[in-house]
Ligand binder design. Structure first.
Ligand code: PHE
Length: 457
């Protein structure tokens, strides 16, 4: 039992916690996924839905997750078992563990690609990628190589595992503190370059001027999934991170800070990618390959582009790493708490499962035809995983967390945890109203309209 307590760890400081939670939130979701789903789903109108869901669903659920985690000091399964013993709620925790491993399995594939692109930048490959077509075929050649994709997947998971073995404080926290601010600065520079390109205006209009005729039921679900994915909600990451939080931290304030920066980085990434995309004449619906097409050609048009390229893909890899670390931390905390394994064993086994599960996603970039375009569905395996686990699983998870906090654990207990040690919960009334009525109903409404659209119209 004592070893177990030692193995759990805790954050070193308030700032360290916020940076780690922000590090979890900020990652490929903001910089790789947000621009391409915005491109695929009609631009500004999608962004509006996304912002709306961050405020009415993301923020309230994050406060709920932090509070559940800190109260229970446990992984998601342990937390639900503690608060609601002998009930079905533990399966919600298990869904979180499964979702964590599944998201990690394809997330690490893309993270591996970003590492591959550091090498491409160092080699000076971007000098030949001045047009969107050239960048696109270079990406295809790269992602179609099974050795590269699988090798990079493995390497990325191994680094993630190494950091998680070192534990909460030494590994995750130190790295996040140092590097997140630099990434932010670099994005600002790239955004300035992008919006000043000739022909960027069309992209800005696409990004900022909502076209209501482009709303579809699947784009609404994608916006919800994107909001939750980006904030690392709906699978217990923030329950786990909250479990390392000390009792006198201000949960409400921390959640607001994390949501704010996460959203800011996504919006900023949109300003980097979308204007450049139109200026370069790339396809807004290019999907997962979008940043790998736009960034090299954007840099090609920029003085000092090679250096920025190395910087960009290095920092993006690190942003991805602070997220993969948080994804892996969920199953690891589960094995440490519930199965009484030590950290090392928990990490090695979790990574092993994730790697196997990641192989089909690694082969979905052109290496295996069947996985690159799944029969009947027409999409690649990686995108399929992302739809199932981001859009569906996280939405279900977030809805259940809201219901749990509002009705099972109850407002009184959740607020009691937040206000422990005399911290004032400024937005208590609004939060209570949202988590009781708005958050779960809104998620249910999104699902109902998707089901309706799919089967009855
Ligand atoms: N939020 C991370 C990102 O945007 C991804 C993530 C999802 C991390 C869920 C943890 C849990 O990149």
């Amino acid at each position: 039992m004592t070893t177990n307590l030692q193995d759990r760890g805790a954050w070193g400081s308030r700032f360290g916690f916020i940076m780690a939670a922000a590090g979890s939130a900020i990652g490929l979701g903001n910089i790789w996924r947000f621009p391409y789903v915005t491109g695929q789903n009609g631009g500004a109108i999608f962004v509006l839905f996304y912002l709306f869901f961050i405020l009415l669903i993301g923020l309230p659920v994050m406060i709920g997750e932090f509070s559940i985690g800190r109260f229970s000091r446990k992984n998601p399964v342990g937390a639900f078992k503690l608060i609601a013993p002998r009930s079905g709620w533990k399966y919600l925790g298990l869904l979180g563990i499964l979702t964590g491993i599944s998201i990690l399995s394809f997330y690490a594939v893309i993270a591996g690609y970003t590492v591959g692109y550091i090498f491409k930048a160092v080699r000076g490959d971007f000098a030949q990628l001045g047009s969107a077509e050239a960048a696109s075929s270079a990406y295809e050649a790269f992602s179609a190589s099974p050795e590269l994709s699988i090798g990079l997947l493995f390497a990325f998971l191994a680094i993630t595992g190494f950091i998680v073995i070192r534990g909460v404080r030494g590994g995750i926290e130190k790295m996040a503190k140092l590097l997140m601010p630099i990434l932010f600065l670099l994005l600002i520079i790239l955004a300035i370059r992008s919006v000043t390109l000739e022909g960027a205006g069309k992209g800005l209009e696409f990004y900022l001027k909502p076209d209501f005729s482009k709303v579809t039921s699947s784009s609404i679900l994608t916006a919800l999934g994107q909001a939750l994915f980006s904030l690392s909600l709906g699978m217990g990451t923030m329950i786990t991170y909250g479990s390392y939080l000390s009792k006198n931290e201000d949960i409400g304030k921390s959640a607001i800070i994390v949501c704010f920066f996460d959203t800011l980085v996504a919006i900023l990434a949109g300003f980097v990618i979308l204007p450049a995309l139109f200026a370069l004449g790339a396809d807004p619906e290019a999907g997962p390959r979008l940043i790998f097409v736009v960034i090299p050609s954007l840099l090609n048009n920029m003085p000092g582009g090679a250096v920025f390229g190395i910087g960009f893909f290095t920092l993006l890899s690190i942003a991805a790493l602070t997220s993969t670390v948080s994804l892996l931390e969920v199953p690891v905390a589960y094995f440490v708490d519930e199965w009484k394994w030590n950290r090392k064993k928990s990490v090695i086994i979790s990574i092993g499962i994730t790697f196997m599960l990641g192989i089909p996603s690694a082969l979905a970039g052109g290496a295996v035809g069947f996985l690159t375009s799944l029969p009947k569905l027409g999409i690649d395996f990686l995108s399929f995983m992302s739809i199932v686990f981001n859009d569906f699983s996280l939405s279900i998870g977030a809805c259940m967390v809201a219901l749990f906090a509002a009705y099972r654990w109850g407002i009184k207990n959740t607020v009691g945890e937040i206000e422990r040690e005399g911290v004032k919960f400024t937005y208590k009334a609004i939060w209570t109203f949202l988590i009781r009525f708005i958050t779960p109903i809104l998620i249910a409404a999104v699902f109902i309209q998707v089901i309706y659209q799919t089967f009855f119209s």
